[in-house]
Design a protein. Structure first.
Length: 310
């Protein structure tokens, strides 16, 4: 009996090992490995500390030490990012090119001041658009939408340089933390704000203009992905022009769908065609029916209190 069990065990070991060998999805080739998810998460935390110093560290930030802090943090980010980019490029290209990784990391570092200015505009959009917000500091320290946008803006820079794996690892980390799914390929303008946020989906080829506000549960998606990889690099997701507000639960689909500037999209709408500028789109309010319920006795009341009776 013991021998039979060992034989079964050995067969499972052999089959799984053979799967490793036969399918290239498994990382088994020499000198090929995926970027480290844990290292990328650490990078995100360092970048957040750089963009918003004093908010997410245990110690207070002193402006007298600002140059040292920025220089030291940038060096750490550049070194780790370059290493992860090298790993990603080696996995996909099977050729090691440290110079390419160095150039991309240098480009990314050079973009950080501009990204910080964009993030400050996003924070301002949140403060201007949310009467419940007490300060911009509160928005930076606690709003999930701002965190998701911050990670997206970092990931988008790497996506534009065709860095494999890392941008999506970054945005999926934000997705897991916030419930907000922004593909790093989306193009998003200035003063962008996501209020509440949970359940928001923004697809890869979405284009969003300036001063756009989304509420929870909004989907900016594709009409159909039935053709699978044949749709890669095809615009599948909608375009949202400037000064548009999209309320909770709205679904807007299709690469040719354009929501015109200064429009308002009401909650729970389902849109698959373009909307002209300066348009309000809403569903007709459902009819509410109120019926008096007068039980004959206390016993009857106890019996039917949880029953829906027409």
């Amino acid at each position: 009996m013991a021998s039979a069990k060992k034989t079964d065990f050995d067969q499972v070991v052999c089959k799984i090992t053979q799967n490793y060998i036969s399918d290239e999805v498994f990382v088994t080739k020499e000198n090929r490995r995926l970027p480290s998810r844990s290292s990328i998460i650490i990078l995100i935390k360092r970048l957040r500390a750089l963009m918003f110093p004093g908010y997410f560290e245990e110690k207070n930030f002193e402006y007298t030490d600002a140059k040292y802090f920025v220089g030291n943090t940038l060096n750490s980010i550049r070194k780790e990012l370059q290493q992860q980019i090298e790993i990603a490029l080696l996995y996909t290209n099977e050729t090691e090119d440290p110079k390419q990784a160095e150039e991309i990391a240098g480009y990314f570092i050079g973009r950080l001041a501009d990204i910080q200015n964009m993030l400050l505009k996003d924070v301002q959009a949140g403060f201007d658009g949310d009467p419940a917000a007490k300060s911009r500091q509160e928005i930076i320290s606690s709003y999930p939408g701002v965190f998701a946008i911050f990670v997206y803006r970092m990931a988008h820079e790497l996506y534009q340089k065709n860095v494999p794996f890392i941008p999506r690892i970054m945005t999926e980390y934000a997705h897991s933390r916030t419930g907000i799914d922004i593909n790093p390929g989306a193009e998003i303008g200035e003063y962008f704000f996501i209020d509440h946020g949970t359940g928001v989906v923004i697809g890869e080829t979405t284009k969003i203009g300036d001063n756009v506000k989304l509420y929870q549960g909004v989907t900016l998606g594709a009409l159909s992905t039935r053709k699978g990889q044949l749709l890669a690099d095809v615009k599948r997701h909608p375009t949202i022009e400037n000064h548009v507000t999209i309320y909770s639960g709205a679904t807007i689909l299709g690469g040719e769908t354009v929501i015109g500037a200064n429009s308002i999209i009401g909650g729970n709408t389902f849109i698959t065609e373009s909307v002209p500028a300066y348009t309000k789109v809403s569903l007709k309010a459902p009819e509410m029916v109120f019926q008096a319920d007068t039980p004959q006795s206390d016993a009857e009341e106890d019996a039917c209190v949880w029953d829906w009776v027409i």
